[in-house]
Design a protein around this ligand. Structure first.
Ligand SMILES: *Cc1c(COP(=O)(O)O)cnc(C)c1O
Length: 379
């Protein structure tokens, strides 16, 4: 395949636009020699927690660790059952397994593709009182899950709630920032996320001081920042840290995030205008409760694999998020699910197609994507 005419995400465009500031942030860390921990990390943890409308932020090595450490900090562990959607990136499930827990999957709402609250309630009822210990809703593609009807049974059954916020930095649910509604929120700063590092990174955010303190120990050898000694270890803890270079860069980028989000939303509007009325394309639906941050613009089409291949051949960097739902992944075979168990997730896996979208994308690139999509469908 030759050079793409339009990439799915162009990370270099963002660097070109902010080279001086980004370089300055990195140089500052190099000159200070503050690579692990320190003031730059604390500053970003505080700024990002504030951005989410909560008090505490604990930087970790990646988004997967953010989920599993948050679960651990909330006391979820060996053999505990954890509800999560069948249609998400595999990391959600692997994080639950990493915490020692067992994923219990729930199908998606066919309208908005996030975890279906009615099916969630039915699954809780089927397992019986007190059997499910936690809930991990995923704010998929940048859209908040329908939180109120998920939080109500969670509260009733004393379940812990960890929001998987990896795809939805800054999204809101009925005016509330995602990450601020559950016991904890887990973010990823993987480069192509809405707020992306120059490598891996993640953060746990929480309103609760005790949860923050536990997360802090679990991600850094059982250390506590409340005590002075580096070599007193209060509990077992892994090493999964957000490093100083990433924190400095992310702090700089955070200042632009709201504007980038607005650009994403404008691009999504324009896609909807250009594709509206096409009976062969199902557009993403914005829920009335949702401030959508369009991490991904995902349409549903028939003959998806053929359409995707044809578009790539014509230089359009489309992607499939995700071709195989969690219950049909080889790594999840042990859970005992089978084809047909989650029909909405299976339909999404079969027909979803992610179109290129990133804040710096131009109108002419967008028109080209739409033209090629229509051409590929009609071929
Ligand atoms: C990216 C992502 C993660 C994991 O993040 P990493 O930083 O790659 O570990 C978890 N959940 C979802 C839904 C994601 O998209």
């Amino acid at each position: 395949m030759g050079e793409l005419k339009v990439q799915l995400v162009d990370l270099r465009a963002q660097y070109r636009a902010h080279k001086k500031a980004f370089d300055g942030a990195i140089r500052g860390v190099m000159e200070a020699g503050a690579f692990i921990g320190g003031g730059g990390l604390n500053r970003f943890e505080q700024a990002f927690a504030e951005f989410c409308g909560v008090k505490f932020g604990v930087g970790v090595g990646n988004g997967t660790d953010a989920i599993s450490i948050a679960l651990g900090a909330l006391g979820i562990g060996k053999g505990d059952r954890v509800l999560m959607p069948a249609f998400t990136f595999i990391a959600t499930a692997h994080a639950v397994v990493d915490a020692g827990a067992i994923p219990v999957l729930v199908d998606s709402d066919p309208m908005h593709y996030t975890m279906d609250p009615a099916r969630c309630a039915a699954t809780i009822a089927r397992h019986g009182r007190g059997k499910i210990k936690a809930l991990v809703p995923v704010h998929l593609y940048g859209q908040a899950a329908d939180m109120d009807p998920l939080l109500a049974p969670a509260r009733q059954h004393r379940m812990k709630v960890v929001e998987d916020c990896a795809q939805a930095h800054g999204a809101r649910y009925r005016g509330r920032k995602i990450g601020s509604m559950g016991h904890a929120g887990a973010f990823s700063f993987y480069p192509s996320k809405n707020l992306g590092a120059a490598g891996d990174g993640g953060m746990i955010v929480t309103r609760d001081a005790r949860t923050a303190e536990r997360a802090e120990r679990l991600h850094n050898h059982g250390r506590s920042s409340r005590t002075k000694s580096k070599y007193i270890h209060y509990s077992w803890g892994r090493n999964s840290r957000l490093d100083g270079l990433q924190a400095a860069l992310l702090f700089e980028k955070l200042r632009h995030l709201d504007r980038w989000t607005e650009q994403r939303r404008r691009l999504a509007d324009r896609y909807a205008d250009l594709l509206g009325g096409d009976p062969n394309v199902r557009l993403p639906q914005i829920a009335p409760y949702s401030y959508h941050v369009f991490h991904a613009f995902v349409v549903l089409v028939r003959n998806r694999d053929r359409v995707a291949e044809e578009m790539r051949r014509r230089g359009i960097g489309v992607e499939i998020h995700y071709p195989v739902p969690v219950h049909l992944q080889p790594s999840m075979k042990g859970l005992g699910y089978k084809r047909g168990d989650f029909p909405v997730s299976e339909l999404l896996a079969r027909s979803c197609l992610t179109l290129p979208l990133y804040p710096e994308m131009t109108p002419s690139q967008q028109r080209l994507v739409v033209r090629e999509l229509k051409r590929a469908i009609s071929k």
